[in-house]
Design a binder for this molecule. Structure first.
Ligand SMILES: N[C@@H](CCC(=O)N[C@@H](CS)C(=O)NCC(=O)O)C(=O)O
Length: 211
């Protein structure tokens, strides 16, 4: 394996701290025991200053030696290919992990992010509410009788699903005890706690530099 570098923004406002998607990569590295270096692109001018690395002007992206890759989902799946801790090696376990990883991004996050955006911009009514409610209700049923989504243990699918579900407005939308317990189970893992603390410390240090 080459040297891993996680790329994120040099600074963000208070609101998104703890939720910038570099956390997914940090968390995956912590779970797998992979050391990494953190590097940054500038928040100012982010729309155009790193399009060669991330064609939408966003973060995160990852370098692994000579390889460079963007999209948080692709980055954590890349890491999962290197560690059985993130993805089982048997065909069934791997297929189920991939299935739920894609479901997190393409069936839940694809509704939750636009819903959240309409919510914070004050759209009344929020026409995505019913759609999100249906997705979350289905997840609640799934999580009622299982601890983890695939292979009966924590995988990268849980990492992605939990990162989607733990967004405060999404988490506060309705009462879903199995989902809440699932989020707590995952975010109480030492690897998440370390990744989260490191992201917060990174942005605290950025504030210090401004002073
Ligand atoms: N689908 C992308 C979404 C990336 C994304 O939304 N990144 C946010 C930070 S979490 C960002 O760069 N926002 C700044 C912007 O869009 O200008 C991924 O998962 O990597």
């Amino acid at each position: 394996m080459g040297a891993l570098t996680i790329w994120t923004l040099d600074w963000v406002p208070i609101g998104p701290r703890g939720f910038v998607r570099d956390l997914r990569l940090r968390w995956a590295c912590e779970e797998a025991g992979f050391p990494y270096t953190l590097r940054t692109v500038a928040f100012e001018g982010r729309e155009t200053n790193h399009l060669a690395q991330q064609p939408f002007g966003q973060v995160p992206f990852l370098t692994d030696g000579e390889l460079q890759i963007f999209e948080s989902g692709a980055c954590v799946l890349h890491l999962a290919r290197k560690s059985e801790r993130l993805m089982p090696r048997d065909a069934l376990g791997e297929a189920h992990t991939l299935q739920w990883a894609i479901a997190a991004l393409n069936s839940v996050e694809m509704v939750s992010v636009p819903w959240w955006f309409l919510k914070i911009t004050g759209a009344e009514p929020n026409n995505l509410t019913g759609w999100l409610e249906s997705r979350l209700d289905h997840m609640e049923k799934v999580l009622t009788d299982r601890e983890w989504l695939a292979a009966e243990r924590f995988t990268v699918a849980d990492l992605l699903m939990v990162d989607v579900l733990r967004v405060p407005d999404v988490r506060a939308f309705g009462d879903r005890p199995a989902t809440e317990a699932y989020i707590n189970r995952a975010t109480n893992r030492p690897a998440f706690e370390k990744a989260h603390a490191d992201q917060m410390a990174h942005y605290d240090a950025a504030d210090e530099r401004e002073r």
